[in-house]
Design a protein. Structure first.
Length: 545
């Protein structure tokens, strides 16, 4: 009766849309692809990835956070999984691969159930399982003696098992523990370790065994004048924000001098001004100067004559670290410089590291900022060693801040959680128990992957692990080097409670978010910035997921 009705276009032309099962399946497949990309890197026998960007720069690593950061993905669900890795890195510093692999496993198990169980029920079941898992982790965790370097070193060493520096992990773990202990301090009854106060300086050349901890600071600068001493003992350090040069006017100015005598007076005045600046530094008792700004050539000459070691153009961050390490105060104006503002160190010297000269500030009293000089045979080795140390420092800080709360490694927590969650599911009514069982099955992907990456029979390993945990051996895990089930606590394969707790929480949240998506609308970029809009209705945004 109305003739041929015209179609009504709600979204811009070119907008793509997938709904229901298709949207869910697409998102799950994209997320699982990201998880599979890093799965082979998990564990002591994990493989490395070579990443080449569009400029030809190469990164060789098995660090999950680094791999995912380097990937350029376009699918929104895949980006959500990469966000999981970023969050894990920020909150715990380690366990990025575990969290991503676990999220992928949760989605894989959920995909098997979505035809029979509504995604909302799956999400609710996953929430119950995650809450129960956190309670079980708290109950099975044990406390290490944080005053014992041996116990804390085992945490740092475990984080290095999957890295290329495995052969040197004991010495590197000791170095990491000493560094974190140096910067850790007690605030309101709690230990806080600010890892920003640990400076890592990379220089390729030498070997991994040449990596060292400097109880002070390494400044990637050399002395400004060759006549200055190359080393100063019993250093009294002035840390200056102000420049040791004639201040230029902020407005454009010209000085015209026609009389030669006046020119001499002008130059003499300039020299006197610079000499006065240097005299103030020397009068305060300083024999070392770190300056954030410039040092005039004439001032360099005067400082050299006084036997003062000076460095200029020091980064703001290095200035702050130096103040904490040497116990000095950053001074903004020379008139305010006093002896009490000076930092102290037993030695400040210029050393040649590789092809570069650097300034080492060592022997500081109770330094609250330290440096680690990382050496490696090639640039790629040094980069990977830096990532290894970063993980070790993070887990050491975690266990110190959490009063030593730790778990056994080697897949032991996951098997114990799976065992207890299956018992818990039997007491939960409704279809949520199917989701809880699926959650338990997903947790077993971690020991399964550890065994698979080590060339072991993953099915047999899971059977042996389940049998051990059924007998009450809650810390039994897989030794990937021998293929045997052993007590991980006795083997000193330990990890912080925070790492596992955060991994489970983050993986559950992202899996639940993806499962709740039933409509994906990808807007075509338009002249207004890109997202689909409804014409004539105020331009409401229909873009995104």
């Amino acid at each position: 009766m109305m003739g041929n009705p015209q179609p009504i276009y709600i979204l811009q032309e070119g907008t793509s849309r997938s709904k229901g099962r298709d949207a869910l399946s697409s998102n799950i497949q994209a997320a699982r692809a990201i998880a599979d990309a890093v799965r082979t890197t998990l564990g002591p026998r994990g493989m490395d990835k070579m990443l080449v960007d569009n400029l030809g720069d190469v990164v060789v690593t098995n660090d999950g956070a680094t791999i995912l950061k380097e990937l350029d993905v376009s699918h929104p669900a895949a980006k959500m999984l990469i966000e999981v890795a970023k969050t894990q890195e920020q909150e715990a510093g380690d366990g990025t691969t575990t969290s991503v692999v676990l999220a992928g496993a949760l989605l894989h198990e959920a995909e098997k159930l979505v035809d029979d169980v509504h995604p909302t029920i799956l999400v609710r079941g996953f929430g119950l399982a995650a809450a129960k898992a956190q309670a079980i982790l708290q109950a099975t965790a044990f406390s290490l003696n944080v005053r014992s370097d041996k116990d804390v070193r085992s945490i740092a060493a475990t984080s290095m098992y999957s890295k290329s520096a495995t052969t040197d992990r004991e010495s590197l773990a000791d170095l990491a523990v000493r560094a974190v202990r140096a910067v850790a301090e007690e605030r309101d009854g709690k230990v806080v370790a600010d890892l920003d106060q640990i400076q890592i300086v990379k220089k390729h050349g030498g070997g991994v065994e040449d990596t060292q901890l400097v109880e002070g600071l390494i400044v990637d600068k050399e002395r400004v004048h060759e006549n200055m001493p190359s080393a100063v003992r019993d250093a009294r350090i002035a840390i200056l924000e102000t420049a040791l040069e004639i201040k230029k006017p902020e407005i454009e100015a010209h000085i015209e001098i026609t009389d030669p005598e006046r020119l001499r007076e002008f130059l003499d005045q300039e020299e006197a001004t610079l000499r006065a600046k240097v005299d103030k530094v020397v009068a305060a008792g300083a024999n070392v100067v770190f300056c954030q700004k410039g040092i005039d050539d004439l001032a360099q000459h005067f400082l050299a004559k006084q036997g003062v070691y000076a460095v200029r153009r020091v980064k703001k961050s290095d200035m702050e670290k130096l103040a904490r390490a040497a116990g000095g105060r950053i001074v903004g104006h020379l008139d305010d410089l006093e002896g009490s503002d000076l930092g102290r160190a037993s030695l400040v010297e210029e050393r040649k590291v590789g092809e570069d000269a650097m300034t080492f500030v060592t022997g500081c009293r109770n330094p609250k900022s330290v440096s680690i000089l990382v050496r490696g045979g090639t640039e790629h080795v040094a980069d990977e060693l830096e990532r290894t140390l970063d993980d070790a420092l993070s887990v050491t800080a975690d266990v110190l801040e959490d009063d030593g709360r730790a778990l056994a490694g080697g897949g032991a927590p996951e098997i114990e959680l799976a065992l207890q969650l299956r018992k818990y599911a039997a007491g939960v009514g409704g279809r949520e128990q199917l989701a809880i069982r699926a959650f338990a099955d997903a947790l077993e992907v971690i020991p399964h992957t550890l065994a698979q990456n080590a060339g072991l029979d993953p099915i047999q390993v899971l059977v042996d692990l389940r049998a051990a945990h059924e007998k009450g051996q809650a810390t039994a895990g897989i030794n990937v080097f021998t293929g045997k089930v052993v007590d991980m606590r006795k083997e000193a394969v330990l990890e912080p409670l925070r790492v596992k707790s955060q991994a489970i929480a983050a993986a559950t949240e992202v899996a639940s978010m993806i499962l709740r998506i039933d409509d994906t609308i990808a807007a075509k970029a338009g002249p207004g910035g890109g997202k689909g809009k409804m014409p004539g209705a105020g331009g409401e945004d229909f873009g995104g997921d």
